[in-house]
Design a protein around this ligand. Structure first.
Ligand SMILES: [Cu+2]
Length: 122
């Protein structure tokens, strides 16, 4: 008799857990569509140049948005791509560029081949 009660209890628990977990998944499914629509890309963004690196190395900006690079390093760096070129930036100098076309823009520093980063325009 005890075994039957135990099995009955197990069945009951499975049913209860099945019932309680169902409402938990429902809100998650509802919450998914807003997550898929990512927040709009910013219209302004800043990139730091420091320690021979662009940071962040990958940045997203809205079409028509402007990025401003600031050289925080003690060395001369450039912000260069096929579309723009800052020329040498001293420590404390900035360079801005407005991106009017969607796409991915790889850029680099002319003085240091290892310095590479990208801008994604959406
Ligand atoms: Cu450099």
């Amino acid at each position: 008799m005890k075994k039957i009660w135990f099995i009955g209890f197990l069945v009951f628990m499975v049913l209860v857990s099945g019932c309680t977990s169902a409402p938990e998944t429902a809100p998650q499914q509802k919450a998914t569509p807003p997550q898929q629509t990512s927040p709009p890309a910013p219209e302004k963004a800043d990139v730091r140049i420091d320690n021979f690196m662009f940071f962040p190395p990958e940045i997203i900006i809205a079409k028509g948005g402007t990025i401003t690079w600031s050289n925080k390093d003690t060395y001369l760096h450039t912000v260069t791509s096929g579309d723009f070129d800052s020329g040498n930036l001293n420590q404390g100098q900035t360079f801005s560029h407005t991106f009017n076309e969607a796409g991915t823009y790889d850029y680099w520093c002319k003085n240091h081949a290892s310095m590479r980063a990208k801008v994604i325009v959406k």
